[in-house]
Ligand binder design. Sequence first.
Ligand SMILES: Cc1cc2nc3c(=O)[nH]c(=O)nc-3n(C[C@H](O)[C@H](O)[C@H](O)COP(=O)(O)OP(=O)(O)OC[C@H]3O[C@@H](n4cnc5c(N)ncnc54)[C@H](O)[C@@H]3O)c2cc1C
Length: 470
Amino acid sequence: MNKEQARIAIIGAGWVGIGCARMLLEAGYKIDVFESNPDVGGVWHPQNHYSGLEIHSYAKNVEFFDFPLPGHVNKADRITAQQVFTYLCDYCKFHNLYNFITFNTQAERIDYNTNTNEYEVFFKKYTHVIYTHGFSSRSLPEVEGIKKFFGKAIHSFFANQALIQSLVEENKKVIIVGGSKTATDLILQFQKRGYQVPWLYRKNYWFINRDIMYKALEATSQNKKLRMFFTKLIYKISDKCGALHPEAAFYYMRALKLIHTFGKKHGDFKRFHNGALDGNQIKLLSHYNSKNHIPGQIQSFTENGVVLDNGTKLEADYVIFCTGSGPCSSLIDININGKKFAIEKVKSVYRSRVIPQLPGIIFTSFSPFATGVVNGLCYGNWIIKYIESAFGLEHLENESTIYDKPFFQRHLLFDSSDYIIRIGMQMLAPFFSSGELLGDEFEKWHIQNTFSTNAAKPLTFNKPEAKAKV
Ligand SMILES: Cc1cc2nc3c(=O)[nH]c(=O)nc-3n(C[C@H](O)[C@H](O)[C@H](O)COP(=O)(O)OP(=O)(O)OC[C@H]3O[C@@H](n4cnc5c(N)ncnc54)[C@H](O)[C@@H]3O)c2cc1C
């Protein structure tokens, strides 16, 4: 299909939606963007800022290559969610992206008509829909008795600065649930205010130790060869070895002190989701953890609190669930020729992005090409090649991966029953075997994107070769 024929709806204006919009407009495509929030930003929009949310990696991870971060920002530092949000808004102004976005508009449904090959969103017909719903939905686990609880059970995205301050001032009984990055951020917020709250989780997570990484990068900054040796070593251990032998990669990273945890050291390599903490945070959390950690998980709510799986009862006014925000919980309804399509049963997916029977819908939230804002730009580049290729059902089916469990029921990437790096690399593998990405070039690009302090340019993709099924 050529760009004159294509009409594209983008659902979501987080950094993936923005990146896709930017690349498609530059390539001359017609687009409309629909966003349910009153502004761009997704996770980084103020409505989704829990208190203390910052980017975990370098600030340059949120820098677009064609729009520098403000001069006062140290690109090797973390920046706050508010700074990320402001920067994303400025980027959209700079590229006139606002002209293409309709805000306060929640897309409820996509209707696919197989006769016309069109997808209807908000009464308009499109040849393609890019669905970038991301990670900003708020999903609470279903726990028995939650309705009879007199207090409040909330998702971490509601735990903003004002709420945390009022909980502390009013001396409320709060429980933080979960052990991953969000929980650590919120614990640090309470700790900063000298307020102790029980920290409930089953098993502590492992985090990248930013200080060790920075020190090594600083120490090698004057010596290009040494720096390249160091960055390649980290890449080979964490990504390459992690993809094949996750347990070994985990033990190497642990032995080199690249990863750390705030609680009892354990060997469960699946409790590593690529989150990052600095040395001081790890120290504070370890101290806090030794005093306030409660092992277990909530089995049920009572009127005044919770009962854990080991029978322990805890009183609470507020329970804050830092239990993630996977994309599976907010899937949109899809109809084919007026009949509801059972997306929750789909097992065969092309490139973790397209359901063969719905070739015009591209899902971006299940498998990133990269971390940071460059992910959206990479997506834009790949989608252009995908649209040009106009593959039919047979090719998409032949090239699909068949999953043992339905693809859209489990959030593959942040599922603690598997290893995030292994899954991430597995999802990239078809791009190498089809020739869309070249292994060596990707490796160079990935190292640059991860370790350099300059913003990376987006990946470019080759047209995939159509292959016969073997
Ligand atoms: C707490 C947290 C911290 C994170 N920290 C980092 C980090 O430090 N570095 C990093 O690289 N990644 C981080 N991530 C991952 C992060 O989510 C992504 O990198 C990035 O924000 C994803 O962008 P996105 O555009 O795909 O999704 P989102 O940012 O979630 O944006 C999706 C947008 O789609 C909109 N939307 C959804 N459904 C509809 C609908 N039906 N109709 C209209 N609009 C809709 C939403 O309102 C939202 O604005 C973090 C994630 C979370 C949750």
